[in-house]
Design a protein around this ligand. Structure first.
Ligand SMILES: Cc1cc2nc3c(=O)[nH]c(=O)nc-3n(C[C@H](O)[C@H](O)[C@H](O)COP(=O)(O)O)c2cc1C
Length: 211
């Protein structure tokens, strides 16, 4: 089925859900996929309640092994970002007990870099026959859906991990279980200007077995 046809069907569904889509939205799904880039800067406005609901709905539609649905989301926005910033400052203090108030403040400020941050967790089931790493793959696929659906609605995004994603203070603060992991922090907002696309030539990453 042609991409344009798929888009027009999803457009119908979108219309029926009355979701706000910008006129600058890419013309086809392939355009959407091939023009994604990490945002350099993200400002207000962030996605509305309704747009966030569609972004999350797209995320839970990612490919999954065994229908385990291992993804969990913590939507952080408004003053909730200060709570997240406090966790980042505690990580900084743990790494460097002599950190100055200025350094701690700059760690806190990281949480204010976008109107919305979605922390994506994978709550893996180690007893499942699906390997934990594959449960994490599925959760990461949900992360890609988050970014792409945000783009479809006219927003930029950034996937970040850093030491915070692996630190017990953040894991505990976000309610990550013993067998869970943090897949990333997805910063979402409006891009003041689009990021340049940087792609490796297809030939450098693809091998064909055709005979
Ligand atoms: C799993 C993952 C973790 C990432 N962690 C960070 C991070 O901690 N800090 C950061 O600045 N960027 C992070 N990034 C963003 C990439 O470094 C960024 O996407 C890269 O510059 C490539 O740009 P592109 O997405 O426009 O191709 C991460 C991306 C992925 C996929």
């Amino acid at each position: 089925m042609a991409a344009r046809q798929i888009l027009s069907e999803s457009q119908d569904r979108e219309d029926s859900l009355n979701i706000d889509t910008p006129s600058s939205a890419p013309a086809t799904l392939i355009d959407l996929l091939t023009t994604r880039a990490s945002a350099i800067k993200l400002v207000e406005p962030g996605p509305s309640e309704e747009q966030l609901a569609s972004i999350l709905k797209a995320a839970v539609s990612a490919a999954d092994h065994g229908r385990l649905r291992p993804w969990r989301f913590v939507v952080i926005r408004g003053d909730g970002r200060r709570r997240f910033g406090d966790l980042l400052a505690r990580v900084q203090q743990d790494a460097d007990p002599a950190a100055s108030e200025t350094q701690l403040e700059s760690a806190r400020a990281k949480a204010m870099r976008a109107p919305v941050i979605i922390a994506l967790l994978c709550e893996a089931d180690p007893a499942s026959k699906v390997p934990v790493i594959e449960q994490q793959f599925a959760a990461a696929a949900a992360g890609a859906h988050l970014m792409l659906s945000a783009k479809a609605l006219g927003f930029g995004s950034n996937w970040k991990t850093g030491s915070a994603a692996y630190h017990p203070i953040v894991r505990e603060g976000l309610g990550c279980g013993r067998d869970g992991s943090i897949i990333g922090f997805f910063y979402i907002g409006t891009e003041p200007k689009p990021s340049p696309l940087a792609r490796a030539p297809i030939e450098s990453v693809v091998r064909h077995w055709s005979d």
